[in-house]
Design a protein around this ligand. Structure first.
Ligand code: ADP
Ligand code: MG
Length: 689
């Protein structure tokens, strides 16, 4: 499928001049395995070499001087550097060589010769010097010194300049390609052609050319976003093309709904209708149900599962941890069983005869609904007719896991659930291959969580208040952040906090962190759920979805270090019962402006989508929401935040192209084939099978 014209770009980097076995692994690490990857390696900045003279040169800046070699000053004793004194009409410039000095310098730059010298000039006392000049050439070769030079990611052994040389060689292999963009759109955006944009990326005229909003960057970002959206749209349509069980709405489900002790929220009713529309269509569903912690996703899934059971087919609900699976089971089991639907809980804890019995029920079809963990897709588990799978906190599972579950059925409908609030503008980059339903309304009767920001010096006061709350039966989470690169030192902090709280609360304090084996995490969590522990100290590993209605206090230490969305999720673990809940954000002084603004937003709203959107505004770029962990794609040239205005256009464009020319046969379609080959998005990351 890859057009032949692109072959030189898809050759290994070792095919580039100068990439020998020594630097090959380094280059692969910096850029990637293919020449194409160097093409997409964006410079991190530029060096601008301004012309200067000795008298007015600025300290610490890269500058270019026109000089005459005045004297060679070899070191008296070896550890001292080799120096060359140069002169211009305004003064002296010393060129210093700590390494590689010697008589050859005298041959190369004899006394009296004219030289253009460029490098970082530094003032050492009265002397102006350049240590190891970047360039030192005769005037007729002045053109060798670029006035503006891009700086590339580099490592020991592969300098930015080596990378640049390789990049330029890769660029030579980049052919002129027919444009894949819609001409009217490209003209409106003033986008240069792809080849031209790439050339500009690698020969910036100033820092501004490298900014996300330069037309060159925007053009290249659009290409990448467009290629990605195309890949997702293709995936979506190929999934839809698979025929799947047509499952009508059922009395069983209606009765299960009527028997609930509450009525569904408007958002739940809407989402359920969307899911039903999908599963009765005869096309395979791939839908995401998005909603804050506590928004009632499980009930929606349950009612759809009831329809599936009524149609005589099976469904599974898979959760990332045993404790979550157990909670789902407790929510689903009674309402479904009272309608005559058999439900089973299957986790890693099931062993021996009991497990065999459960598996038998699934294989025979006697059991219509299975709730569980990874145990649901193990090799010896088989289903008679799995038609619907629900994956909770879907980003917590690897692609392979999700696929293994899907493979247990034939074109099973898929419902993914997530509590990670993603701003609408970014949703398409993460879930572009899914249809999305949102629970943007909380069940009634929730008391808002009173949120307060408290400076760390007032810790004793908070602990005293916590003590009186615990004495009257309350439970609290106490979150210690991940601060350092290594989890070890954070663990020490969390252990320290747990110890100091123990001194006050005795053995009613538990500690849970990422390095605990899963079984121990579950056990600790279970003790908290059962009320055996009053205070649970945790690093950020506490399960997003865990329901502990009795927990009413959330203390977050060093709250300024968390993202807004993360704070929101943490806070969402309290305020689940009808009792008043509190969230205390402890912060270290002094509090920065952004941190203050973030805490303020959190105090004013409890709407996860709004919070995510605001967080995005407050931060500039990079990975503002910790999205990488949520299956966010790793773009090379697009910045999903800075270029967010392009995302929706790219998605619309992709849909349109695919509906008009699904085989990419038209002239534009053929051009697009080259684009798809250039980016070759693999069905990784956000894919859900
Ligand atoms: P999520 O999975 O979205 O975090 P859950 O499905 O666990 O939320 O629901 C949280 C709690 O809210 C559960 O105890 C559930 O029974 C309850 N609940 C769900 N929907 C409603 C509703 N419409 N009205 C009142 N309570 C509800
Ligand atoms: Mg949940």
């Amino acid at each position: 499928m890859r057009p032949q014209i692109l072959f030189p770009l898809f050759a290994p980097v070792s095919s580039l001049k100068g990439v020998g076995p020594k630097i090959l692994p380094l280059v692969e690490k910096l850029a990637g395995p293919l020449a194409r990857d160097l093409l997409f390696l964006a410079p991190q900045g530029v060096i601008v070499r301004t012309a200067a003279d000795a008298a007015t040169a600025r300290d610490g800046e890269v500058q270019t001087f026109t000089v005459r070699i005045d004297a060679h000053l070899p070191p008296h004793r070896p550890p001292a550097p080799y120096r060359i004194r140069a002169i211009d009409p305004t003064g002296f410039l010393f060129l210093t060589f700590f390494k590689g000095g010697g008589p050859h310098l005298l041959r190369q730059h004899p006394v009296g010769s004219d030289r253009i010298v460029s490098g970082k000039a530094e003032r050492r006392g009265a002397e102006l010097q350049i240590a190891h000049p970047d360039y030192m050439v005769a005037p007729e070769r002045a053109a060798d010194i670029p006035e503006v030079e891009p700086v590339y990611p580099a490592t020991a052994g592969v300098t930015s300049r080596i990378v640049r040389k390789l990049v330029l060689e890769a660029l030579e292999r980049a052919p002129e390609l027919p444009d894949w963009l819609d001409p009217a759109f490209a003209a409106r955006e003033k986008f240069p052609h792809w080849r031209e944009a790439l050339a500009a990326l690698h020969s910036p005229r100033s820092e501004a050319d490298l900014m996300p909003q330069s037309v060159f960057r925007r053009r290249l970002a659009y290409d990448e976003l467009f290629a990605h959206q195309l890949a997702m749209a293709e995936r979506k349509s190929s999934r839809k093309a698979q025929p799947a069980a047509a499952i009508p709405a059922s009395d069983i489900s209606r009765e299960a709904e009527a028997a609930l002790p509450f009525s569904l929220t408007g958002a739940q009713i809407r989402s359920l209708a969307e899911i039903r529309g999908d599963i009765m269509s005869g096309e395979r569903m791939s839908r995401l149900l998005q909603g804050d912690v506590g928004s009632g996703k499980t009930v929606v899934a349950m009612l759809a599962m009831a329809d599936v059971a009524a149609a005589g087919r099976q469904s599974v609900l898979m959760a990332p941890t045993e404790i979550l699976a157990r909670q789902h089971f407790e929510t689903l089991a009674a309402p479904l069983q009272s309608q005559g639907v058999n439900v089973v809980l299957l986790t890693g804890r099931d062993k021996g005869a009991l497990r065999a019995e459960k598996l038998r029920g699934l294989a025979s079809g006697e059991t219509a609904v299975a709730v569980g963990t990874h145990a649901l897709f193990q090799d010896d588990v088989s289903y008679r007719d799995l038609a619907f799978s629900v994956i909770d906190e879907q980003h917590r599972f690897g692609v392979a896991d999700r696929r293994r579950l899907q493979d247990k059925g034939e074109a099973a409908h898929l419902l993914a659930m997530s509590a990670t609030p993603i701003p609408r503008t970014l949703e398409l980059t993460v879930y572009g291959d899914l249809d999305v339903s949102r629970l943007d309304e909380k069940p009634p009767g929730r008391t808002p969580v009173a949120t307060r920001a408290v400076p760390m010096p007032r810790l004793p006061e908070i602990v005293a208040r916590l003590k009186s709350a615990v004495d009257s039966g309350a439970q609290a989470f106490w979150i210690c952040p991940l601060v350092a690169e290594s989890e070890d030192s954070d663990l020490v902090a969390a252990e320290h906090r747990a110890a100091s709280l123990k001194a006050m609360f005795g053995d009613k304090v538990g500690l849970i962190h990422g390095q605990l084996p899963n079984a121990e995490k579950d056990a600790m969590m279970a003790r908290f759920v059962e009320g055996d522990l009053a205070v649970l100290v945790a690093t950020t590993v506490v399960e997003v979805g865990v329901n502990v209605p009795n927990a009413t206090i959330m203390v977050i230490e060093q709250a300024e270090r968390f993202g807004l969305a993360q704070l929101h999720q943490l806070r969402g673990r309290v305020g689940r019962g009808s009792r008043e809940s509190a969230c205390v954000l402890l912060y270290d002084l002094p509090l920065g402006k952004t941190a203050e603004a973030r805490i303020d937003i959190l105090r004013k709203t409890d709407d996860g989508f709004l919070i995510a959107e605001k967080d995005l505004e407050l931060r500039g770029g990079g990975d503002p929401l910790g999205l990488k962990q949520s299956g966010f794609p790793a773009y090379k040239l697009a910045d999903p935040v800075a270029h967010r205005d392009l995302i929706a256009t790219a998605a619309d464009d992709a849909r349109l192209v695919l509906s008009r020319d699904p085989q990419f046969k038209s002239p534009r379609g053929q051009a697009i084939q080259a684009l798809r080959a250039l980016f070759d998005w693999k069905p990784e990351g956000p894919d859900v099978g």
